[in-house]
Design a protein around this ligand. Structure first.
Ligand code: FES
Ligand code: FES
Length: 158
């Protein structure tokens, strides 16, 4: 069954015709071409599809788009402002916190949600909050260092 819905994504309202069973991940990538949100496992395991829903990091592959019409959704494309990367994005770059980059948008979303709620998390809290994001390349050290550097105001450090 098809239905037209409105979704607020990155402060913009998108009106889109979807199948009622369609996930947010599918709508983002296949209907709106916001392809920064990745499809890793499509089963809620890897975190590559994470987006912010009302400020909380959530798995877009597990959410039905039709249930999100009253919610504020932020994707990786919405983390920069006026073309300027967020501090966290800059820190990931300066710490070389990615290799293939497939996990990176989900990592950035999870870390953004963390720092929005706790600007000075401990290393163990950062590890815990990013524990649902799988990276097959980096070994996680640079990712943790990048997040920590933002807490300490040292985003340019490598
Ligand atoms: S694609 Fe959603 S958790 Fe892996
Ligand atoms: S950088 Fe390749 S999966 Fe994380």
């Amino acid at each position: 069954m098809m239905e037209t819905i409105s979704l607020t994504i990155n402060n913009e309202v998108h009106t889109v015709l979807i199948e009622t069973r369609q996930t947010l991940l599918s709508v983002l990538r296949d209907k709106l071409f916001l392809c920064g949100t990745k499809n890793g496992c499509n089963h809620g395991v890897c975190g590559a599809c994470n987006v912010l829903v009302d400020g909380k990091a959530m798995r877009a592959c597990l959410l039905l788009a039709i249930t999100l019409q009253e919610r504020e959704i932020t994707t990786i494309e919405g983390l920069s402002e006026n073309g300027e990367l967020s501090l966290l994005q800059k820190a990931f770059a300066s710490h070389q916190a990615f290799q293939c980059g497939f996990c990176t948008s989900g990592m950035l979303i999870s870390a953004t949600a963390l720092l929005d709620h706790d600007s000075t998390p401990s290393i163990s809290k950062i590890r815990h909050e990013l524990g649902g994001n799988i990276c097959r390349c980096t070994g996680y050290v640079q990712i943790i260092d990048a997040v920590k550097s933002v807490c300490e105001g040292k985003t340019d450090c490598t």
